[in-house]
Design a protein around this ligand. Structure first.
Ligand code: SF4
Length: 315
C-alpha cells in the first residue's frame, strides 16, 4: 500500500481499512448460465463476451464452491502470501440466474468458510427480483456483499449494437432498487464501444454520478477470441468501428473521466486484462493491470488532479 494518499478512491485501500487485513477475491464458477445466451432474453450473448477468457484456471463448475475456494486460497497464498481473508467472487456468467433456494445454498456454502468475509456477485439486471434483493439485503447485515451489475454503456444504441439485451434504464431501475435496500452495488463500464466517441464516453459520467453506486470498474474494449466481435473485426464489418486506445491516450481519457466522477465512488479497476492467448486487440505490449494502475496514479500526479476535482466545481 502506498504511503502517500492516493488521488482516487482506491478499492483495496478501502477494504484494508475496513477489515484491517489485505483481502483477496477468489473467483468461483458455480455453473450459472446467462439469459442472453440460452434464448430467454437472447442468443449468442453480448458480442464482446467469452467467459473462458475471464475465468481463472482453477474455476470450473465441476468442482464444488468449497473446493474452488480451497484451490483459490492455495493459488493466491503461493503467489501473494499476504492475504488472510477472502471475498468469494461469483464471477462466471450471471450469478443470480437461478431460483432463490439454489442461490442461498451456493452463497452460504461460500460464506461457511471461516476466512471468507463476504461475497461479490456478478450479474445482469434482468436476473434480479424483489425476493433475491431482499435476501441479499438481509445477508448484507452480517457480511460484506457487493452486487456487481454490468451496465457497460449508458447509451441504448450501443447496448443494442453489442446485443446486450437490456437498456440503460433497466440497469438503472435495478441498481436503485438494490441500493434502496442497503445493498452495495458495483457497476462495469466499457470504453471504446463500436459507436463510441471520446465526447460520448465522457458524457456518461453525469449519468453514472446519478446512480447510487458503491464502486465501479472500467474496462477498455478488448477484442477477445471466440466472440462475435472477433468475427466482426476480422471481417472488417463496416458497422464495427471500435475506438481502440493506445495505453497513453486511455490513461488520459480515464483521468478526464474520473476528474468528473463522484468522489465517494470506489474505483476498483481502470482496465481489463485477459490472458494473451485470448487477446486479439488492443494488446498494449502485454502490460499487467497492476502496472497500469501504477501508470494511472503517475498520470494523475503529473496532471496534478484527482477524482472528483471538477465534480465539486459543478456541484
Ligand atoms: S457478458 Fe454477461 S450478460 Fe453478456 S453474454 Fe456474457 S455472461 Fe451473458
Amino acid at each position: 500500500m502506498s504511503a502517500t494518499p492516493l488521488r482516487y478512491n482506491n478499492y483495496s485501500q478501502n477494504l484494508t481499512k475496513q477489515f484491517g487485513v489485505r483481502l483477496q477475491k477468489l473467483s468461483i464458477d458455480a455453473g450459472f448460465s446467462c439469459p442472453n445466451r440460452d434464448g430467454t432474453i437472447g442468443t449468442g450473448g453480448c458480442t464482446f463476451c467469452n467467459n473462458d477468457a475471464f475465468n481463472p484456471s482453477y474455476c470450473t463448475p465441476q468442482k464444488s464452491v468449497t473446493q474452488q475456494i480451497q484451490e483459490g486460497k492455495s493459488f493466491h497464498q503461493f503467489r501473494y502470501k499476504r492475504a488472510s481473508k477472502y471475498l468469494a467472487y461469483f464471477q462466471a456468467y450471471s450469478n443470480t440466474y437461478a431460483p432463490i433456494e439454489k442461490l442461498k445454498s451456493l452463497y452460504e456454502e461460500a460464506l461457511s468458510d471461516i476466512d471468507v468475509v463476504g461475497l461479490v456477485i456478478g450479474t445482469r439486471c434482468d436476473c434480479l427480483d424483489e425476493e433475491k434483493l431482499n435476501y441479499l439485503a438481509e445477508l448484507s447485515k452480517s457480511y460484506y456483499i457487493v452486487l456487481e451489475i454490468g451496465v457497460e454503456s449508458c447509451y441504448n444504441d450501443t447496448l443494442k449494437l453489442i446485443n446486450r439485451g437490456h437498456t440503460f434504464e433497466d440497469a438503472e431501475f435495478w441498481i436503485k432498487k438494490a441500493a434502496d435496500l442497503g445493498i452495495k452495488v458495483g457497476v462495469h463500464l466499457i470504453f471504446g464501444m463500436p459507436d463510441d466517441t471520446r465526447e460520448k464516453m465522457l458524457a456518461q459520467v453525469q449519468k453514472i454520478n446519478q446512480l447510487p453506486i458503491y464502486s465501479i470498474k472500467f474496462h477498455q474494449l478488448q477484442i477477445i477470441k471466440g466472440t462475435k466481435m472477433e468475427q466482426q473485426f476480422l471481417e472488417n464489418d463496416p458497422n464495427f468501428k471500435p475506438l481502440f486506445f493506445e495505453l497513453d491516450d486511455y490513461l488520459d481519457f480515464v483521468v478526464d473521466f474520473i476528474e468528473q466522477l463522484r468522489p465517494d465512488i470506489i474505483i476498483e479497476r481502470i482496465a481489463g486484462e485477459v490472458p494473451p492467448r485470448f487477446q486479439v486487440g488492443p494488446v498494449w505490449g502485454g502490460i499487467r493491470n497492476d502496472q497500469i494502475m501504477v501508470q494511472f496514479e503517475k498520470r494523475l500526479a503529473e496532471r496534478e488532479t484527482f477524482q472528483g476535482r471538477t465534480f465539486f466545481k459543478k456541484a
